[in-house]
Design a protein around this ligand. Structure first.
Ligand code: SF4
Length: 236
């Protein structure tokens, strides 16, 4: 388990909780709008052997010990955290200290999600729904295994204590129409969050800027497709 970064306190990453956020390196998607490009290619995150990994881990758990009673939970985000080999053990240790755990995932590794959810190790899951199935490859930048993505959606709906599905909406990459399809796919789910892509100056594929220039999508209209299908629909 590698830790690429730590945000020591956040009031927005974990709904209703004061939390810290752990960033893990490496991702199996290449979303052109990704605003954490340095985390996507794990080779950008250089560790100098096991000693440094262990040191970072020790420092992290020392930090957690100090924050007992001050923080409610820990968010684990990436990159894609389910790619980390010792994620289960890491979360067990975090839970053992009494913290709630929120996991962000792109849903590509349902086997890991199943293990975590069946063992009740995760309290909140936020899974990205990148696009409608037909548009997935374009939006996530690779040929995603849609069966795995769909399996993750099912597992989360069946097993998670609390969860959200969410889409970063990029006008020009997404069409308005595909959200009708996503609404049908997620029908019966607890929560869906729409968030508009905002260019904060650092994205994985700068060519995207030309492609999306001048395009816009009305998030309120997209939201209306989900009303009556998903219990709670939010725009962030
Ligand atoms: S899933 Fe996409 S947005 Fe998320 S870290 Fe990977 S490349 Fe970036």
């Amino acid at each position: 388990m590698l830790i690429a970064g730590l945000q020591k306190m956040t009031l927005i990453d974990y709904p209703g909780k004061v939390a810290a956020t752990v960033f893990t390196p490496g991702c199996n998607f290449r979303c052109p709008f990704c605003h954490n490009p340095e985390l996507v290619h794990s080779s950008h995150f250089t560790v100098h052997g096991n000693e440094q990994v262990e040191k970072r881990m020790d420092e992290f758990f020392e930090f957690l010990e100090m924050r007992r009673g001050k923080l409610d939970g820990i968010c684990i985000t990436g990159g894609e955290p389910t790619l980390q080999p010792n994620l289960v053990e890491f979360i067990k240790k975090v839970k053992g200290l009494g913290f709630a755990v929120k996991l962000d995932s792109n849903g590509t590794r349902p086997g890991v999600l199943r293990k975590l959810l069946k063992s009740r190790l995760v309290d909140y899951v936020a899974m990205d729904i990148k696009a409608s199935p037909e548009n997935y490859a374009r939006v996530c930048g690779v040929e995603a295994n849609l069966e795995k993505i769909k399996k993750s959606v099912e597992l989360i709906r069946d097993l998670a204590d609390d969860y959200e599905f969410r889409t970063t909406v990029v006008s020009g990459l997404h069409s308005e129409e595909e959200f009708k399809e996503i609404a049908d796919w997620l029908s019966g789910s607890r929560r869906y969050v729409l968030q508009a892509f905002q260019d904060q100056g650092k994205i994985l594929d700068p060519k995207l800027r030309k492609e999306i220039a001048g395009k816009s999508i009305d998030l309120e209209k997209l939201k209306s497709f989900f009303v009556g299908k998903v219990r709670e629909v939010l725009i962030h």
